[in-house]
Design a protein around this ligand. Structure first.
Ligand code: GCO
Ligand code: MN
Ligand code: MN
Length: 394
């Protein structure tokens, strides 16, 4: 039995990356503030905290340049830790940004040797992910961007990324892997501008791919916020298109660098609306994939602070879920958001564009001034939401 209903359990599907809880606190102005944690230790501690999964970049586990024997030994030890602690690897990805070869991108680079190396590295990382049981493979084009924009036609960059993804989908199919791809957008950082900067851009890009069904998105709270956009709307569009394959939860102040803060620690209202959407408490389909926290502890923390950060992220999600359920079950709220039904008008507003519909719509007598008179009580609705959030209404 959990001590608190908000304590995380494996059924909640919470996951963290080796690079998130393992983040030693280095930033552009200062070095590490915490010792590096081994992957095996991270697995044990995450299991103790109540997470169900751990995600990784190829080189978070297997350092670049390891021999085949070293790789196999590392992977075997890690798999033992996973099974000892009942943990899984829901998602894997490739580091296509740390090594200097990627200083001008990977799949979009002007140098065919770089593009070939990126494909080679990604195929090996896909093999590793599948070996560890991953079902989702994330692509974050960290350095697929520019400062000196004159270096290439941006259309060429998009074309090259399409060619890479078409090839890698083909690779997954040729190997018979049960794996989907999730594309993660970010507007800038570490590059001045990154191609395909938002989830919306990604969704359109996916519609141009050969193997569309295998490819969805991995939106991140911080990234959509950096672009000044509504994260909730980005996720909603992805869900509506059946393309939400994974999600990166964290928090971010608008107009800042990519802060990757603890989920819910900034803009609680958006965090609430996000959980409400993911959990489907308003109705509609729920998201049932992994709930991944792509964030890290403040630089002020020691290792204990890292686990406080991890537990806090998961607790906040569960508290917001309970709040969303209570909000959508509140009769006053339901009364305020009830859809107006109109037996005569509703059939005219959906379905095929028939001559009858065209004629009926053209013939309608509507009084815009009268319709516009009624207030919508959204002040009341928003305040009710705030009172649920502030805990004065259960
Ligand atoms: C970032 C990104 C990364 C990716 C990760 C998985 O801004 O650094 O969010 O953390 O999510 O590389 O692809
Ligand atoms: Mn990020
Ligand atoms: Mn991310």
């Amino acid at each position: 039995m959990s001590a608190s209903p908000f304590d995380p359990t494996p059924q909640d599907r919470f996951s963290f990356g080796l690079w998130t809880v393992g983040n030693p606190g280095r930033d552009p102005f200062g070095s590490e503030v915490r010792p590096r944690l081994s992957p095996v230790h991270i697995v044990k501690k995450l299991a103790e905290c109540g997470a169900y999964g751990v995600n990784l970049h190829d080189n978070d586990l297997v350092p670049m340049g390891s021999s085949a024997r070293e790789r196999d030994a590392i992977v075997a030890e890690f798999r033992r830790a996973l099974s000892d602690h009942g943990m899984c690897v829901p998602m894997a990805t490739t580091n296509l940004f740390s090594h200097p070869i990627f200083k001008d991108g990977a799949f979009s680079s002007n140098d065919p040797r770089v593009r070939a190396f990126a494909l080679q590295k990604t195929m090996a990382a896909i093999d590793l992910g599948v070996e560890l049981g991953a079902r989702v493979y994330v692509f974050w084009g960290g350095r697929e961007g520019v400062e000196a924009d004159a270096c290439r036609d941006p259309r060429t960059a998009i074309l090259r990324m399409r060619e890479a993804l078409d090839f890698l989908c083909g690779y997954v199919e040729s190997q018979g892997y049960d794996l989907v791809f999730a594309l993660e957008a970010k507007p800038n950082e570490p590059r001045g501008d990154i191609y395909l900067p938002t989830t919306g851009h990604m969704l359109h890009f996916i519609s141009t791919l050969k193997h569309q069904a295998r490819v969805g998105v991995n939106p991140e709270v911080a990234h959509e916020n950096m672009a000044g956009l509504s994260f909730v709307h980005a996720v909603a569009q992805a869900m509506e298109a059946d393309k939400l394959f994974h999600i990166d939860l964290n928090a971010q102040k608008i107009g800042r660098y990519d802060q990757d803060l603890r989920f819910g620690s900034e803009d609680l209202k958006q965090a609430f609306l996000l959980v409400r959407l993911l959990e489907g408490t308003l109705g509609g389909k729920r998201y049932d994939g992994p709930l991944h926290f792509d964030s890290h502890a403040y630089r002020s923390e020691d290792e204990e602070g890292v686990w406080d950060f991890a537990r806090g992220s998961m607790r906040t999600y569960k508290i917001l879920k309970a709040k969303a359920q209570a909000f959508d079950a509140d009769p006053e709220v339901r009364g305020l958001i009830r859809e107006r039904r109109d037996a005569a008008l509703d059939p005219l507003l959906s379905g095929a564009c028939t001559p009858q519909r065209i004629a009926a719509l053209k013939a309608l007598q509507l009084d815009p001034d009268a319709i516009a008179q009624a207030g919508l009580a959204y002040e009341k609705l928003d305040q009710l939401m705030m009172e649920h959030l502030m805990g004065v209404r259960a």
